[in-house]
Write a protein that binds this ligand. Structure first.
Ligand code: SER
Length: 589
């Protein structure tokens, strides 16, 4: 069975059981200040899991391209990736454990033909606040899963929220206990030797988690307690790559047809066989994963750069180049071009990636020139000035006859860690994919951003369009197309318009519609094809007419403009030809 067939079977199976197929959300979220990438199928559905009515009903199914940077260090083993496709089905306060687990079982055993004897399940063992999930265990038993293949785990394994355990959930975050399903592989030689303590969550390679039914029924409160949501939801997510591996009987997802062509390209050009040399299989996997992720990100219109999504794209490409050059120094562009094609990159996307490869190779040459002039330079300085990783420094330094020692390596690692520590704390919120930053303040400033945008167009004309935005709890930053900085008079006018709307306390509402309808109504939209077919349109004022602002946007927003408070522009600068950046805040002077 091919991976494409698995996709089709999944959608059909759940459509036949009353689920409406929904458009996947874009991988890159431009208007969501809380996270860089969609990391789970449930992410775009949060308002509906909290009780809002979904236009397509209470049963939904989709396949969501997702990216999780928190797994990046795991990539290189047989089951982890940064980018993956998530099969997802949801009950928005409709069916619950009994139906979900029975369908899950039927899908895996009947539709995909996985042997029931190879399937193991886990359920939540409970805490002092949330009961042990004997209900799910009973359902599994009724489906024929013997007791010895049902395992109980605590909050670390069988609780799911975007931020992890109940304790680490910020207020407003939703989650609940979950029940996972694992496949047992028999194609691993060391499998026979697993210890008697081996269990589904053991990392020896015997088991792979292939699906997770989360029973989202709690919301974290400000006082730290969990409260019951108005409805009990099901949020199922299954990694397509792993499911395809289980169906094929491979304990290595990189042996599935998803990566097959890419691995072949590498084998052909490098003359090495995947799996022939074990340490190299990790490199092959990292290269394949990172390029697949890079293609997916670049398809969303992102360019390699030094910030946010662009930075991630750059790091992924450069990590792949570094690994390829260790195996075959002069073929990176060729290998990468062909691999990207195998992952469905169009010519344009392939070009964006190849340009970054060439740019990086030029930087390596420049690094080599610097080292030649100054062989004593610190490898960490090369990393900081040029982004050259240590592995590549080895190559560059040996070119001038300096062999880096273990001591050099340790020193590099120490400095690298200190540096990581700093950038980690700076960007923790964004990279966690959680709601760490989604405070009420960010939401207020998000709505203020729409006001700023509309007001700028009213004062400066309709040629003004958004080029970027960034929101923290303290201020909003807004980049837009305009030739010159604003005059004091224009700033006053813009502020005046915004604060008039704040004082009028206009309602902020949204409707879901097709992108075409949204455009017809005059809703601002800036990322064209990056939207799905259905979009949310947020209106400030009366949606039927005389509104102040209408924009395609994922939310969240405040419900009334007076909640924002008065807005003032605190700074402006030109950031490139034809782009002006303003900073505004709702905090008093
Ligand atoms: N949200 C859960 C996950 O990402 C299940 O869909 O694993």
């Amino acid at each position: 069975m091919t991976t494409d067939e698995i996709r089709e079977k999944y959608l059909k199976f759940f459509e036949e059981r009353g689920h409406a197929k929904i458009e996947a959300a874009p991988l890159v979220l431009e208007n969501d200040p809380t996270t860089l990438f969609t990391s789970a199928g449930m992410q775009p559905l949060i308002p509906y899991l909290k009780g809002e009515v979904h236009p397509k009903g209470k049963r939904l199914v989709d396949i969501q391209p997702s990216l999780r940077l928190q797994d990046i260090e795991e990539v290189g083993d047989a089951s982890h990736t940064t980018f993956f496709e998530m099969l997802g089905n949801w009950s928005l306060g409709d069916y619950f454990k009994k139906e979900q687990l029975a369908w899950c079982w039927e899908f895996f055993t009947k539709e995909l033909g996985l042997e029931p004897e190879r399937l193991y399940v886990s359920v939540f063992e409970g805490t002092k606040d949330v009961p042990k999930d004997t209900e799910s265990a009973d359902v599994w038993k009724s489906l024929g899963v013997p007791e010895e293949r049902i395992f109980y785990y605590g909050v670390d394994k069988n609780w799911w929220s975007r931020s992890g355990t109940p304790d680490s959930m910020p207020d407003g975050e939703i989650g609940g206990p979950d029940s996972e399903i694992f496949f047992e592989f028999t194609d691993i030689p060391h499998n026979k030797k697993y210890g008697k303590d081996c269990h589904p969550n053991c990392q020896c390679g015997r088991f792979m988690e292939i699906g997770n039914s989360v029973f989202i029924q709690y919301e974290k409160q400000k006082d730290g307690t969990l409260s019951e949501l108005p409805q009990k939801n099901v949020d199922f997510g299954g990694g397509l790559e792993r499911i395809s591996a289980a169906v094929g009987g491979y304990s290595d997802i990189f042996l599935t047809d998803i990566y097959e062509q890419a691995i072949r390209v590498m084998e052909k050009i490098t003359g090495r066989k995947y799996r022939q040399v074990k340490s190299e299989s990790a490199d092959f996997r990292i290269i394949a994963d990172h390029l697949r992720a890079a293609v997916a990100i670049a398809k969303n219109g992102v360019y390699p750069g030094n910030k946010l999504q662009g930075y991630v794209l750059r790091r992924l490409i450069r990590r792949a180049v570094a690994k390829i050059r260790q195996i075959k120094p002069d073929s990176a562009v060729d290998i990468i071009g062909k691999m990207c094609e195998s992952f469905g990159a169009s010519n344009d996307v392939g070009d964006v990636i190849k340009e970054e490869v060439e740019k990086f190779e030029r930087i390596l040459l420049e690094g080599a020139r610097v080292v030649k002039q100054n062989p004593k330079i610190d490898p960490f300085e090369l990393y900081q000035s040029f982004g050259i990783p240590y592995e590549m420094s080895l190559e560059i330094f040996s070119g001038v006859g300096r062999l880096l020692t273990d001591k050099d390596k340790k020193e590099f690692e120490k400095k690298f860690e200190e540096h990581q520590e700093q950038s980690r704390s700076a960007s923790a919120g964004m990279f966690k994919g959680g709601l760490a930053d989604a405070s009420e303040e960010v939401t207020k400033l998000h709505t203020a951003t729409h006001l700023v945008h509309a007001a700028l167009r009213k004062v400066l004309g309709e040629t003004v369009s958004q080029k970027g935005s960034n929101i923290t709890a303290e201020r909003l930053r807004f980049d837009f197309s305009h030739a010159e900085k604003l005059t004091d008079g224009q700033i006053k006018k813009v502020e005046g318009l915004i604060n008039e709307v704040v004082d009028k306390d206009l309602p902020v509402t949204f409707e879901t519609k097709t992108l075409d309808e949204a455009i017809k109504e005059g809703a601002l939209h800036f990322f064209g094809e990056r939207y799905g077919n259905e979009v949310k349109v947020y209106t400030i004022g009366d949606p039927k007419g005389g509104w102040f602002s209408k924009e395609v946007c994922g939310g969240p927003h405040v419900e009334h403009t007076h909640l924002i408070g008065h807005v003032r522009i605190v700074k402006q600068e030109k950031v490139g030809s034809g782009i002006v950046r303003i900073y505004a805040t709702n905090k008093p002077e």
